[in-house]
Write a protein that binds this ligand. Structure first.
Ligand SMILES: [Zn+2]
Length: 309
């Protein structure tokens, strides 16, 4: 009995410790309240608080939303929905070489350039074609055909390492990616984020640039339409003035949304919006809750997603 008690205690401490660490690491409530509460612009410490950025070497990914903040209004799209299309959407964050000592969460959600390249090779060798959200909008609008096996590769937040590592690989294989950027770190020339010149370069090279708010708040914490318009509409205008053409795709920070937020996205002039809810079937009636699945450091998860029905 004694050894059982010991193991029960050991497991309890281990699981409790891990759970606490994970909570502190990921919970968005810890992260963005200060930004939402104040009208002040981003400071470096906000960025650190939000993204756990310590320095260039350990700059980490955006956070992952807990299921509890995802609110859905209507039944999700399915294979049997009217005009449904199967479009797997991969959601990437940092793309960079493995860093010794990074947290387990960083390790899972950061994808190394080598892994991304092997995924691009997989896409090429298995007959998939990368498309953008704009292609889907066109398809929904006028029935323009999509490739037989379409896939969308989306890169969130505007991390510099996405420009440094993902963009060259996409070019190398003649593929497209969608880069969802939030504007404040770029406007304020923050380290670890892309510059407007880099955004323009990716745009001109055929990458899709999408909106991801101004400050990356948990939008479900903003209750006024004016507050939502400021985050969603203003950032759209900022990006458009920098790249010189309309931005049509949006990604909800943390995947968090509700009906009021969907309306704000539509009011801003976006035509499609990606959640972080896993699934591959999408249809026009649910274009503001497009499925997206987090990419992990495991290529078998990647294959499973592409093959999913
Ligand atoms: Zn994000």
């Amino acid at each position: 009995m004694k050894w059982m008690k010991f193991w029960a205690l050991f497991l309890g401490v281990f699981i409790g410790g891990f759970g606490a660490a994970f909570f502190l690491d990921t919970h968005p409530m810890n992260v963005l309240a200060a930004v939402i509460a104040s009208e002040e612009e981003y400071t470096e410490s906000d960025v650190v608080a939000e993204h756990g950025v310590v320095n260039e070497e350990t700059a980490t990914t955006s956070l992952v939303e807990p299921a509890s903040v995802i609110e859905t209004s209507i039944l999700p799209a399915s294979a049997t929905s009217t005009n449904a299309v199967k479009v797997p959407v991969l959601v990437y964050h940092s793309v960079r070489p493995y860093i010794k000592g990074e947290s387990k969460q960083q390790d899972i959600y950061d994808v190394t350039p080598e892994l991304l390249e092997s995924e691009l090779v997989y896409i090429r060798d298995h007959g998939y074609t990368t498309i953008t959200f704009a292609d889907v909008i066109t398809h929904f609008g006028n029935g323009a055909s999509l490739p037989e096996k379409p896939v969308i590769l989306s890169f969130d937040d505007g991390w510099r390492n996405e420009y440094e590592h993902a963009f060259p690989l996409l070019k190398k294989y003649g593929m497209k990616g969608t880069f969802f950027i939030f504007t404040n770190p770029i406007v304020h020339h923050k380290a670890h984020w892309v510059t407007w010149n880099e955004v323009r370069e990716m745009d001109k090279a055929g990458m899709e640039i999408g909106g991801h708010t101004r400050t990356h708040p948990l939008l479900t914490k903003i209750t006024s339409d004016a507050g939502l318009d400021k985050e969603i509409g203003e950032s759209k205008g900022i990006i458009e003035s920098e790249i010189g053409h309309p931005v049509t795709a949006f990604a909800y920070p943390f995947g968090a949304k509700n009906v009021q937020i969907e309306h704000a996205v539509e009011r801003a002039g976006y035509q499609i919006a990606r959640t972080s809810r896993s699934g591959v079937w999408n249809d026009p009636a649910h274009r503001f809750e497009f499925h997206g699945s987090l990419s992990t450091d495991n290529i078998s998860d990647f294959e499973k997603l592409l093959k999913r029905e």
